[in-house]
Design a binder for this molecule. Sequence first.
Ligand SMILES: C[S@@+](CC[C@H](N)C(=O)[O-])C[C@H]1O[C@@H](n2cnc3c(N)ncnc32)[C@H](O)[C@@H]1O
Length: 261
Amino acid sequence: MIDKATDSEIKICCATFYQSDVVRLLFGDVLHPGTLELTSHLGQIIGLTETDRVLDVACGRGASAVHLAERFGCHVTGLDYGPESVAGAEEHAAARGVAHLTTFRTGDAEELPLDNGTFDAVISECSFCTFPDKTTVARVLRPGGRLGLTDMTVSGDLPDDIQSLLSWVACVTGAGTPEHYVATLEQAGFTSFTIENHGAALMQMVNDVRRRFLAVELAAGLGKLNLGDLDLSEGKRLALRAVELIEKGVWGYTLIAARKE
Ligand SMILES: C[S@@+](CC[C@H](N)C(=O)[O-])C[C@H]1O[C@@H](n2cnc3c(N)ncnc32)[C@H](O)[C@@H]1O
């Protein structure tokens, strides 16, 4: 059982990590496997339309929220723990001309500062596994509202170093099997599940990151990038290990869509 202090440390660590220049160099602005193509697909699976009020929980720098507003014409509220990510998301929406279709705010996914039943759809990409309480999203959805997740999943026997690997790349302490997520969501009142395997997208992202390590090393060597306490050699070792785990099907990326009863 994780105590509250540890939960809050994880959230701060995660938000700080994803706001850093190193992460922007390694991952770019889209901080999930499958890029915005998978985000579009998720939007289609949950049937977004221009009348929908959508919440993107843990929206990062707003790439997906802006994309969904552009692609489907819906109104998207993006929420993230990191204030710099939220400020970046607002700038991004303004630059893309969809500020009128988006609202961004700082907040905690587990204590959503939003009224009950406010949204027609909630999405969360590459973040759901980090929330110790995975059921709070149900409260802000209206009855019949749709949930669309894409997230890290693990299956089978976990090698000793996998927690360290997942913690490094995604602050993940709570990744489970797709079946575990479905069971948790069923208990929270969700039904009509769609489940898709997107392990190939995870592999693509890990290989992209492996290629970008060189640029990060160069920038750090030239004094243009502060690595803080990030250990790049450990990062490279873990990225290689990630390829092995994805190939073995131990580590994956899964889309889960469902409807609130
Ligand atoms: C892997 S990034 C994903 C960002 C975005 N969904 C995307 O796909 O580009 C994880 C994000 O989760 C946010 N986060 C972690 N725990 C959170 C919490 N409890 N409440 C809100 N945001 C959280 C972090 O600040 C970070 O921006």
